[in-house]
Write a protein that binds this ligand. Structure first.
Ligand SMILES: NC(=O)c1ccc[n+]([C@@H]2O[C@H](COP(=O)([O-])OP(=O)(O)OC[C@H]3O[C@@H](n4cnc5c(N)ncnc54)[C@H](O)[C@@H]3O)[C@@H](O)[C@H]2O)c1
Length: 306
């Protein structure tokens, strides 16, 4: 079976590509390398440098005839989406729609979409959020993820294009960009390795639900094999504060001299996020396996060795 991954030179996409190749899938990657890296591309995968908004995408689909699309390519900064909602919508809505329309044009069996459970729900009304939680995104990034899910539903209902939208919590692990402003685990790991003190925004008691990328690879493999269509949260149903995360990383690093430093709070930052995984367990038999302590240890040592 042939799987085409958009954004496959990025953090999540390249880990998923490795997981697929290990299971003997054929893998094609489309990425414009705006944030992804050539070093992340597995040798066995065929690579096209292409923007997902480009018409060239259709000729790639025509040539490659993939069975399944995993759509990961995106502008992934919430802050940039706030500063420039038009640019965010152009990549994340129009680009996404171009991918979906290409799937429809070339009769692709199924599309798996990297959505965001951390942003589509907005400030949560209850914890953990399940898929029935109201969606009130408070960033253009979250709005764009939700809009893309609505297009997926439309193409499914109208043309029968099957989809699974994976509503990711905060994903972390090897290859995450340590220089971006998302990805606190990568940023903190890198700072500690550089002998610097990472800055905690505000009181550091804001929580997120952290999922190790190995568990994300696993759910993508299960999603490919499943007949389910619809939305699935990808979370651990656990919350970790930034201060807790800092303390675990400090312990893992063995560097007792790293200090807990606080900066100003990030304006408009969501306070808490926690996602259930009950539906994913029920329909895919998936559940997160890697604890936060183990995942942070694996991630820190990966950064240390790279
Ligand atoms: N990392 C997380 O915690 C998280 C959480 C929720 C959702 N997601 C979603 O998962 C997906 C992957 O995120 P990631 O963390 O691996 O980010 P990433 O930046 O490492 O990967 C995204 C990839 O998309 C590529 N890309 C960007 N714009 C493109 C365009 N116009 N055309 C072609 N390629 C383009 C980038 O070069 C990059 O390789 C994204 O859709 C993101 O919104 C990530």
């Amino acid at each position: 079976m042939k799987v085409l991954i958009t954004g496959g030179a990025g953090f999540i996409g390249s880990n998923v590509a490795d997981g697929l190749l290990e299971k003997n899938y054929e893998v094609v990657i489309v990425d414009d390398l705006s944030n992804g890296r050539k070093e992340n591309l597995p040798e066995e995968a065929k690579f096209y440098k292409c923007d997902i908004r480009d018409k060239k995408l259709y000729s790639i689909f025509k040539e490659e005839k993939p069975d399944i699309i995993i759509h990961n390519a995106a502008q992934l900064s919430v802050r940039i989406s706030v500063e420039n909602p038009l640019m965010d919508a152009d990549i994340n809505i129009m680009g996404g729609l171009n991918v979906i329309n290409a799937c429809h044009t070339y009769n692709i069996n199924k599309i798996i979409f990297a959505s965001s459970g951390g942003t589509v729900y907005g400030e949560q009304k209850y914890f953990p959020a399940n898929e029935k939680h109201p969606t009130n995104p408070i960033s253009p990034y979250g709005v764009a993820k939700l809009a893309t899910e609505n297009y997926l539903y439309y193409f499914y209902k109208t043309y029968g294009l099957k989809y699974i939208s994976l509503r990711y919590a905060n994903i972390y692990g090897p290859r995450q960009d340590p220089y971006g402003e998302a990805g606190v685990v990568a940023i903190f790991s890198n700072k500690i390795l550089e002998g610097k003190n990472p800055t905690i925004n505000g009181d550091g008691l804001q929580t997120r639900d952290y999922v190790y990328v190995g568990d994300v690879v696993d759910i993508n493999l299960k999603a490919i094999e499943s007949d389910f269509t619809g939305l699935l949260n990808v979370g651990t149903a656990k919350e970790t504060t930034v201060v807790e995360l800092f303390n675990i990383l400090k312990e893992v690093s063995g560097k007792d001299d790293v200090k807990e430093i606080h900066g100003p709070p990030k304006e408009g930052e969501q306070r808490r996020s926690q996602l259930s995984y009950g539906l994913a367990k029920k329909v895919l038999g998936w559940q997160p396996r890697v604890s936060i302590e183990e995942g942070l240890r694996l991630t820190y040592h990966w950064f240390k060795n790279h």
